[in-house]
Ligand binder design. Sequence first.
Ligand code: ADP
Ligand code: MG
Length: 598
Amino acid sequence: MPAIRILDDEVVAKIRAGEVIDRPAAVAKELIENALDAGSRLIAVQTASSPERSIRIQDDGHGMSREDALLSVRRHATSKLERAEDLAAMRTLGFRGEALASIAEVSRLALSTRSADDLSGSQIEVLGGTVISVSGIGRAVGTTVAVEDLFFNTPARLRFLRSRESESRVLSRVVWSYALVTPRVHWRFKVDGREDTDLPATEDLLERWQVFYGRGAVEGAAPFEGAAAGIRLRGILGPPEMARASREHQVFAVNGRVFSSPTIGAALRQGYGNLIPGDRHPVALILIEIDPAQVDVNVHPTKREVRFRDESALFQATRRAVEQAMKRYVPVALGVGGEGAAPEEGAPTRGPGAAPGLPGSAGTLAPSQLLWDGIAAARTLYAPPEEGTGSDTAREVEVGDVRESLAEPEIPIWQLHDRYLLAPIRGGLVIVDQHAAHERILYEEARIHLFGEAGVSQSLLFPRVLEVSAQELDTLLMLEPHARRIGYDISIFGDRQVAIRGVPASLPEDIAIEALKRLLCGDDGHADVDASEPPEERIAKTYACHAAVRSGQALDPEERRALFDRLFATSLPHGDPHGRPTYVRVAMEELDRRFGRR
Ligand code: ADP
Ligand code: MG
């Protein structure tokens, strides 16, 4: 028997599908590129929180006839390329005609479409590469592709996926890269049926950029343009202080195709020179227009990288354009009358080399100093509960008892009517009010972040966009630096729109956003919040009140335990920020007395 065998078609098809479609983000990329090739003005992306379970992309492009729709899911079926010569002048993002077929091969795919010439649309369902149904459907002109259960028939590939968070993140990066590159397209995103993110079309690249990077950054962001050797460049360069630890926020596109390029990355970095430390990467959007004959996009299975005929011309053109744009950051009188030495190689951006008066410049306090003062300030400022529940020493003994009992990992914590948590402790029973307790925890955390170390922010997959009133906008301007310390990442764009890009990592997304909305509309939740209090105080209280778990919410055993641990680790566990008790201790003696044992 010969050692070499010809693989059967089914195996070959799966291997090839895997070259193009290796993870959910690849599905999104291919479907988005198809939607853009179809001339869409509106693209709506919807995914499940585990994106391999469901990705749905709807467009208002030119759509397909039924015949074309059936062809589109077959391999090497494309409307974009006829002859090999055409490859040299490809203007479309797709041309190989294998994406839809590859996706269909490894998923359940439903495609519905209607072209302008047809009065009704068609719907096709494909299961693991086999068309299982074709039917008529009423719909608007355009195409919707829904991909479910990706890799259901290739378990090895399914096992290779990373966590749903990281797959979602990679996918969202594909989507927002294209959203950045195509400001004239109206985009909508939705994850798991949550609130829509809606990015209306705009002529202005900078306006689209604001959604992702904020207006605060816009004063410093530099739109730039350049042209050399048949290469046209334009884009937005983030200010030096916006530089990040990773290259994630560098988006490059050539003739509308998002791609990655070490050449452009290096030119960009060099263009920033020593305005940023050696280990940081600028935030940038660079759009390149070039004669398609000068690029070969057919070198990579997913076209993620492309080859330029004259790579060094591209490098020079990019570096020069970036350098030119960076001139605005170079201080006019570097070193004149200064304290001496020029900034060392790799010195922080905020050194003497940075331009004066840039927005967002931090104070001069060293971070550790700031942290120390902050914590000390926070400690002395914590409001003691108004109503005493015993003398200070008695309280300390009580808290000591609870902490000691909590050292026991196995103590049961019961929940009563979704409102109180009960736990046996040494010498009795402790009853915690879940809402008040959580308020105390969040209040102290907020204070620590407001005065000391900033809170950790969890960035959202897509920015959540809110419309705000003029008054809310005012509040936001006042609030923003404080909210940022707690972990919110907010940017204002357009007339009255706010994009929330990150929320405090310790809270569920929806709750964090709700709390922010309450802060904006000035609903402090309690009459006792006094307008004469410093803003930090009001913010900490309002945030704590709205972000805390409600009474009436069921908590699972881990959540109960976490609430106990965190409450009794606070500096003043016995009262919420409004002075109401957070817990009540019932002593054994008290119970014994009531049962007539004593
Ligand atoms: P390619 O994009 O390389 O041509 P695909 O497999 O991605 O290959 O798509 C096959 C064909 O299906 C395309 O050439 C196009 O004619 C058609 N098609 C795919 N998606 C869409 C869409 N969203 N709108 C209109 N036509 C589409
Ligand atoms: Mg395609």
